[in-house]
Design a protein around this ligand. Structure first.
Ligand SMILES: [Zn+2]
Length: 165
């Protein structure tokens, strides 16, 4: 089954890490593997929603998807970072893989938009009372001030790319 890694590219300042929240949604651009039509609207995968039954099967998926053009369908599943292959795992940090999506049938992931996900940033200054920042990328770049460490924190040029597993 085709598996795709969602990779976050961005410039961090004053932050050591930026991770999606466990409840974060992922807005995906999909293309149909059969007719190559690119969906006009992005598909939003929401981990808090109940999984759906796959037609005729015994398995479940995060969501089902149907190509508007050729009407063939399939489904998508959020796999989480545990699904990153051993080979890739070593590079997970530097590549910043944030989520793993498995596709069955028609959908193929060709892009995703980090602006619609919710993020949590860890300050680069280490202190006991350090609390993570809620990072909102919906307006593009994000910045705040770390009172604890007395330095600005920001996320700029966030861009989502997709890699084949
Ligand atoms: Zn199609």
């Amino acid at each position: 089954m085709p598996t795709y890694y969602l990779v976050l590219m961005c410039d961090l300042d004053g932050l050591s890490a930026l991770k999606p929240k466990a409840t974060s949604v992922y807005a995906l651009s999909l293309r149909c593997v059969y007719c190559q039509t690119i969906a006009e609207t992005s598909a939003v995968l929401d981990p808090s929603e109940e999984e759906v039954e796959v037609k005729g099967g015994r398995s479940t998926a995060t969501m089902t998807w149907k190509c508007k053009f050729c009407k063939r369908d399939g489904n998508l599943m959020l796999k989480g970072l545990e699904a990153v292959s051993e080979k890739k795992k070593r590079k997970e940090e530097e590549q910043n893989i944030v989520q793993v999506i498995e596709c069955r049938g028609a959908p193929e992931v060709i892009g995703w938009d980090p602006a619609l996900s919710s993020w949590v940033g860890t300050s680069s200054s280490t202190s006991e009372s350090e609390k993570p920042f809620d990072v909102d990328l919906s307006q593009g770049d994000w910045c705040d001030f770390d009172e604890e460490g007395q330095h600005p924190v920001s996320v700029e040029n966030a861009k989502g790319t997709v890699e084949n597993a």
